[in-house]
Design a protein around this ligand. Structure first.
Ligand SMILES: CC(C)(COP(=O)(O)OP(=O)(O)OC[C@H]1O[C@@H](n2cnc3c(N)ncnc32)[C@H](O)[C@@H]1OP(=O)(O)O)[C@@H](O)C(=O)NCCC(=O)NCCS
Length: 277
């Protein structure tokens, strides 16, 4: 498969974020559970660490009141109430944002939402992490029902007009960005984190993992059930076929399908051919 030579600056940004000239970030997999089980402190403190993301009883009470009062409200009234009151939870929120019912929010103080964003029912926006920036969803983006955006000490950036279908998962232990106007079909997995599995005697779940980050360009279309592995960069205007497993970079304007995904077409070559006809 052709390698991408563009977007190197974005890759450098990722590496700078990771720091120490490493090409990947080492993840302590306890990051997932440490907020619940690790350390000392009260149960309320552990719950606040996991869910609220801010210290103090006032932050906890505000989170509990707003989410338990408005999360499940049905119909247009529920949408209106969440529009009015959920803005007090987030770091920054634009105009015309629509929240469906039963959205799970974690560390909402690290979530930025632009104008005219729609987040459908049963989604999870989880900006959890100890020193991450969190989640940014820019203007006009849409997050389909049951979709999970999950930071495990990483960041997720959706540029303008990103459209993510139902039942997708985007997970970041370092950095995931999706370029503007990119369409992500249902059941897509974009997981910026990996397990080290070479040990003979230690279970995968108990040893450190790694995360290189994932960069997906503008104007792409990811077909249903596609899986994007950690470290992959997908160039702009790329099409990924349904059920593809993408474990290598994909050059701009490519159409890639299969397991592992291979480029079967180049849109630019197609255009040239069409012009010559
Ligand atoms: C990738 C895709 C866009 C290609 O469409 P296309 O350009 O019309 O390509 P073709 O149908 O001409 O297929 C070209 C070849 O790739 C194969 N192919 C196409 N899609 C494939 C896929 N998802 N997985 C494996 N092989 C695939 C075809 O069998 C064909 O193989 P052949 O040349 O050996 O016969 C399309 O097949 C696809 O997967 N679309 C995603 C659909 C989807 O998820 N929709 C959700 C709605 S948002």
């Amino acid at each position: 498969m052709e390698k991408i030579n563009t977007q190197n600056s974005k890759r450098r940004d990722t590496e700078n974020k990771i720091g120490n000239d490493k090409k990947y970030k080492v993840i302590n997999h306890n990051v997932r559970s440490s907020h619940i089980t690790g350390g000392g402190g009260s149960q309320a403190g552990k719950y606040s660490d996991l869910v609220v993301g801010k210290k103090g009883i006032a932050a906890l009470l505000k989170y509990e009141f707003l989410t338990s009062t408005f999360s499940g409200c049905p119909g247009a009234l529920g949408i209106l109430l969440r529009k009015i009151f959920y803005r007090f939870l987030f770091k920054k929120i634009g105009k015309g944002v629509v929240f469906g019912r039963n959205i799970t929010l974690r560390h909402p103080n690290k979530i930025i939402i632009g104008d005219n964003v729609l987040i459908d029912e049963n989604c999870m926006l989880d900006a959890k992490g100890n020193d991450n920036k969190g989640i940014e969803i820019k203007n006009g983006s849409y997050i389909g029902r049951n979709t999970i955006l999950s930071c495990k000490d990483g960041d997720i950036i959706l540029e303008e007009n990103v459209n993510i279908g139902f039942n997708c998962e985007v997970q970041s232990s370092s950095h995931v960005s999706i370029g503007k106007n990119t369409l992500v079909a249902a059941y897509v997995y974009i997981i910026a984190g990996d397990h080290i599995h070479e040990s003979e005697d230690q279970p995968v779940s108990l040893i450190q993992g790694t995360s290189k980050g994932i960069v997906i360009g503008e104007n792409c279309w990811l077909g249903a059930k596609a899986t994007i592995f950690d470290g992959v960069e997908i160039g702009h205007n790329v099409v990924i076929g349904a059920s593809a497993v993408v474990n290598e970079d994909v050059a701009p304007f490519s159409v890639a399908v299969g397991i592992p995904a291979k480029v079967i077409k180049n849109k630019l070559a197609g255009q040239k051919e069409n012009k010559q006809e």
